[in-house]
Design a protein around this ligand. Structure first.
Ligand code: UDP
Length: 510
């Protein structure tokens, strides 16, 4: 089986072959599809590891890379749901109905080790040069060592949050902290920083997940570097400090979402949109530039019915145009009657509610959008940065509180809505974290003409310009992508492997 796509089989040396192994969650898979596209556009070959249900969500991506003649192959491995007590077809984190099943899900993912190994051993004509796998996939470290190739990690975090994650875990900063809300000074961070245990990276601190967390963070110490979806000019100090602290090469290659150059590929990103993209664009076209606030909390955050109603009422009283995405899932049916019979009728001239998957990147890039109310997942955050819009920050869990700090305190392009506490992923917290008045106040402050908002808008536009520069030819991220590929090509060819006249490496080197 050989790769198809432009530039396949350069003579003289083997092309670098990257194996991308994303975590089966939208916020981790999506940036890796962008990474695949970028690596291939820069001349590498990519095997993108996925499973059948996730592959069906990626149909748009597969069609796009094929149409563009890029050497990206989607590799579907059977996902052993039944063997690990998961419902049939439960292949993505957003399909897990209860956190009790999280460890089953992680075990099922780790069971992909053998099939992945078998696939990689079959690639005689273009053996892998490098694995880039999600930080969580500790089990890919062994595969890389067996094949004698580097493993780079991808956590989906920015440099700022990665550094905090690294320091707080490896220095046991919160180990003896009893009061979750006590402010703790973080030493070893390049700028003054105080954090509470409650608002620090909570990924897999869910009871029962401690062992897996330990495994992947210990395995990180053996990795050969990390790829981050950020860019040097955005957070130089933190990226450099992350590199010094980990003593590993950090490849900042973002913002990777800028690889999308037209509405079609943006709209197909991650999943099929739950509404007609053309209609959405038409609606946006009818709005004044910079007048619409976009509200979306990513793919995992659980917003309670009470909170949804409160948020909706705040948007209504702000009297600003908005697009509000309500993720499909357990809570939507509980507010559907209120939404359809009352709310949508009252806001029909200036509000659009999207139920389910929205073409977020496409919406954010539209000139009508002037503000983004976000949960501060890093992908959404960097997409907001690329759109050049200031943000209202509403973190829910995990590193989202750290990204909020970066936006509000460091970059000064975000304002807090004023979340009172953490809504842990999968929890049934019934509290209303933000009132309708707080929503209205934040939206009005951000979207009105005030000086503070204007300054944020200017800074946000400046960040977007820097992002574009870093990404384009001659920019720091563009250089990093090229250097990463070059380094893997050199490693591939220097190992003394047998390269045939078409440039295909014929054997693995151990
Ligand atoms: N996203 C989207 N449509 C949606 C919800 C999310 O396109 O309706 C995309 C969003 O653009 C981002 C990703 O899904 O690329 C979510 O990642 P993020 O890190 O922001 O949050 P998470 O879902 O991991 O909490």
């Amino acid at each position: 089986m050989t790769f198809t796509g432009s530039g396949d089989g350069q003579s003289g040396s083997a092309r670098a072959h990257f194996v991308l192994v994303p975590m089966l969650a939208q916020g981790h898979t999506i940036p890796m599809t962008d990474m695949a596209r970028l690596l291939a556009e820069h001349g590498a070959q990519v095997s993108f590891i996925t499973t059948p249900v996730n592959a069906s969500r990626l149909a748009g991506f597969a069609a796009d890379v094929e149409a563009a003649g890029l050497a990206v192959r989607l590799v579907e491995l059977h996902f052993p749901s039944a063997k690990f007590g998961l419902p049939d077809g439960c292949e993505n984190l957003d399909m897990i109905q209860s956190t009790d099943l999280l460890s089953n899900f992680m075990d099922a993912i780790a069971a992909l080790q053998e099939p992945l190994k078998a696939y990689l051993h079959e690639q005689q004509r273009s053996p892998p040069s490098c694995i880039i796998s999600d930080l969580i996939h500790w089990w890919t470290g062994d595969i890389a060592r067996e094949l004698g190739i580097p493993r780079l990690t991808f956590s989906g975090f920015c440099g700022f949050s990665s550094l905090i994650r690294y320091i707080t875990y490896h220095n046991n900063v919160f180990q003896n902290v009893k009061d979750e809300n006590e402010l703790i000074t973080i030493t070893g961070f390049p700028t003054p920083l105080e954090l509470t245990k409650a608002k620090c990276p909570g990924n897999f601190c869910i009871p029962g997940m401690e062992q897996i967390r330990k495994k992947f963070l210990e395995e990180e110490l053996k990795s050969d570097g990390e790829v981050i979806n950020s860019f040097q000019e955005l957070e130089t100090l933190y990226i450099e400090s992350f590199e010094q602290t980990t003593k590993k090469k950090i490849w900042a290659v973002g913002p990777m979402c800028l690889c999308h150059r037209d509405n079609n590929t943006m709209a197909a990103r991650g999943n099929k949109a739950s509404m007609d993209e053309a209609q959405c664009l038409q609606w946006l076209d009818s709005m004044k530039p910079g007048s619409v606030v976009f509200v979306s909390f990513g793919s995992l955050a659980c917003t309670t019915p009470q909170q949804l109603v409160e948020l909706g009422l705040g948007l209504e009283t702000s009297r600003k145009p908005f697009i509000w995405v309500i993720k499909a899932g357990a809570k939507l049916p509980e507010v559907e009657e209120w939404l359809a019979d009352e709310f949508e009728e009252r806001v029909k001239n200036r509000g659009m509610v999207i139920r389910g998957w929205a073409p977020q990147l496409m919406i954010l890039q539209h000139q009508a959008v002037g503000g983004f109310m976000t949960h501060c997942g890093w992908n959404s955050t960097i997409e907001g940065i690329c759109a050049g819009v200031p943000m209202i920050t509403w973190p829910h869990f995990g590193e989202q509180f750290l990204n909020e700090k970066l936006l509000v305190d460091v970059l000064k392009i975000g304002m807090e809505v004023g979340v009172k506490g953490v809504t842990q992923w999968g929890s049934e917290n019934q509290e209303v974290m933000v009132t309708r008045d707080e929503v209205q106040k934040a939206v009005n402050t951000l979207m009105d003409e005030g000086a503070a908002a204007e300054e944020m808008r200017v800074r946000a536009k400046d960040c977007a310009i820097k992002a574009r520069r870093a990404f384009d030819e001659g920019g720091s991220s563009n250089d990093n992508i090229r250097l990463l590929i070059q380094e893997m090509e050199i490693k591939t060819n220097a190992c003394g492997s047998v390269v045939d006249t078409d440039g295909n490496k014929l054997s693995f080197l151990v």
